[in-house]
Design a protein around this ligand. Sequence first.
Ligand SMILES: [Zn+2]
Length: 98
Amino acid sequence: MRGKKGGLALRRESEYRKTARNRKAKEQLGVVRKRFCRYCKEGGINFDYKEIKRFEKFVSERGKILSRRYSGNCAKHQRKIAALIKRARFLALMPYTK
Ligand SMILES: [Zn+2]
């Protein structure tokens, strides 16, 4: 590290920016909202494969199951939703592809 004051300050600022790129720092800055799984909040999935209206929003317009990244579900509920969609597909309640 250089003894110069200006150099140090610059370095600190760049380090700050670097850390601000990670999620925790962004949350502290209020850049990203913490996302909650809606089913964890509601208290679980209390519907079955017949109620396709309730999980239709977790498939793309081409009929593919959306990833957790898009659906916002936690791993546990994403697995359950995916299983429901697959069951509904098998019973021809939902399309495999559009
Ligand atoms: Zn959940």
